[in-house]
Design a protein around this ligand. Structure first.
Ligand code: SF4
Length: 508
């Protein structure tokens, strides 16, 4: 077998970026799977150069001139950058491979721009690909293992890639770890709802944690589990067997149903510093929050009490909401979220606009059947720059009025001040303020106001939102061109548009 020179690019962000937030945080958002694939490629006897792209790197200069194969991992919001990078390398004779969430959500679109598009990937798929990799053009080849791998590389095995990535993070250095894949819950909007839950090896978790203590004094560790703590006792046991209590700082995304008093005590004892539970809506999607039987104001009270209780144990909590769900109508859902912000002033509210990512979730098929999915370019599909599902119960201007009103409320000087006063610890305090006044809070507000103005003043803009025109408004094209910078010229013809109904067409 010929040894290949392989480049692996983990696209953490979607365009070149010089932002302060990016410099501090992007390297902490690195994905696990590109590191695993880099390790597998080396174990198969190939030479690997891996780059976690945080917005500052020169991808062309940092990869070897004579690279044979380039893997790119991308979320959908970075897909256009991924397509442009792939086009550059393909035009220089390199074979390209796409993996990551975009490859799972939009595989058929991606095969136009890559030689290989990977769904669930295990070591066997990688070995097969490396042994037979040839150009696949004009349409790339899809490869999929059918399910998540049962075994991934340990942190020790992928340490050289983790270390190189975290060197880019000046202050906080967060090591990504995985304790499980899939989820036992079936929230129909979620990409993990159809992936069978499986805990990974607890022995490996324990030895990885011990290993990290040889690298950092009290390491920061981010659990990438879709729903952390399902096998709660065994996971806590794995942590406890690695080191005495409070030897680590942990961050995890958990459903509220996991966050019982008993569990919270153990989480506190084991050094859990931040939790990100999903509330999603006051009327729907509650099958994971221990409140599926109640809705509206009653649910606000119960969830708010629950979140306030979480703060007795953990200093940082972000609560996630989805705006524009079919179960929502009128002003009430937005007003209830404001009441929640009043009642739980310490919690950082994370808002997402309803988005259907291709074939990610079963619910997307329903939106496509109803003709409600809009073809916004991938660049805007990050849960806030565009909502690609027409709302069921709102007119667009009315919807944006309510989103703007809620965002103003959540990130008003008064709310920021209350959050600051109610939060314990320096790190949670500066994190909350920074997020509120950066692109996440005030930046989004400015963008939403611009969208509302365009909806009122520009007829063709409105027609695009109504699904009456497929002509992409210049407003969006200009943003992509500006964001991609030097990569714009490599964006393949046709990449700005995609078939928003591909999932329905292939399943019907
Ligand atoms: S609980 Fe969370 S991870 Fe699980 S299906 Fe629901 S949204 Fe997805």
């Amino acid at each position: 077998m010929q040894a290949l020179k392989i480049g692996i690019i983990d696209l953490v962000c979607k365009s070149p970026s010089k932002s302060l937030w990016g410099k501090i945080m992007h390297a902490n958002l690195a994905s696990i799977m590109p590191q695993v694939i880099a390790t597998w490629c080396e174990q198969e006897g190939h030479t690997v150069t891996m780059i976690c792209y945080t917005g500052n790197e020169d991808l062309i200069r940092e990869l070897p001139n004579d690279v044979d194969l380039v893997f790119i991992s991308s979320f959908t919001q970075a897909a256009l950058l991924a397509y442009a990078v792939s086009n550059y390398f393909r035009s220089h004779g390199v074979i390209t491979v796409l993996g990551g969430p975009h490859a799972r959500c939009y595989p058929d679109d991606a095969t136009q721009y890559f030689d290989y598009v990977l769904g669930f990937t295990n070591r066997q798929i990688i070995a097969e690909l490396l042994n037979n990799c040839t150009r696949q053009r004009p349409i790339g080849k899809k490869m999929c293992a059918g399910k998540q791998p049962a075994i991934l590389c340990s942190i020790q095995e992928r340490w050289k890639f983790i270390e190189a990535t975290l060197k880019k993070a000046p202050f906080l250095k967060m090591v990504p770890i995985l304790g499980s894949v899939g989820c036992p819950y079936t929230c129909p909007f979620c990409i993990d709802s159809t992936v069978t839950y499986r805990a990974l090896d607890f022995q490996t978790i324990s030895s990885d944690l011990k290993f990290l203590l040889t690298k950092y004094k009290r390491p920061w560790i981010g659990w990438h589990d879709p729903n952390f703590g399902i096998r709660f006792d065994e996971t806590m046991q794995a942590i406890a067997s690695a080191a005495p209590p409070k030897s680590f700082h942990f961050i995890a995304e958990s459903s509220l149903s996991v966050l019982t008093d008993d569990h919270l005590k153990k989480l506190k004892g084991n050094g859990f510093t931040a939790l990100l539970p999903g509330v999603e809506s006051w009327y729907d999607l509650g099958n994971k929050s221990r409140s599926s039987h109640i809705t509206g104001a009653e649910k606000v009270k119960q969830i708010s009490d629950h979140i306030n209780n979480v703060f007795h144990y953990v200093p940082y909590v972000q609560t996630n909401f989805v705006l524009g769900l079919d179960s929502d109508a009128g002003a009430e859902p937005f007003e209830l979220t404001k009441r929640f912000i009043d009642n739980s002033p310490s919690a950082f509210p994370g808002f997402s606009l309803l988005t259907a990512f291709g074939e990610a979730a079963p619910l997307n098929l329903e939106y496509q059947k109803a003709g409600r999915v809009l073809p916004f370019p991938f660049h805007f599909l990050n849960n806030h720059l565009a909502m690609n599902v027409k709302p069921k119960n709102y007119d667009w201007v009315d919807f944006y009025d309510k989103v703007i009103d809620l965002t103003e409320y959540a990130f008003s000087p008064k709310a920021i001040y209350r959050r600051l006063m109610h939060t314990r610890g320096f790190n949670p305090k500066w994190m909350n303020v920074m997020r509120a006044i950066s692109s996440e809070g005030w930046g989004r507000l400015k963008f939403y106001r611009q969208i509302r103005q365009n909806l009122i003043q520009d007829r063709s803009f409105r027609q695009y939102f109504e699904g009456e025109s497929q002509q992409l408004p210049e407003f969006y094209k200009n943003i992509i061109e500006k964001d991609l910078g030097g990569w714009w010229k490599w964006l393949p013809a046709g990449a700005l548009s995609h078939n928003a109904y591909a999932y329905l067409q292939k399943t019907s």
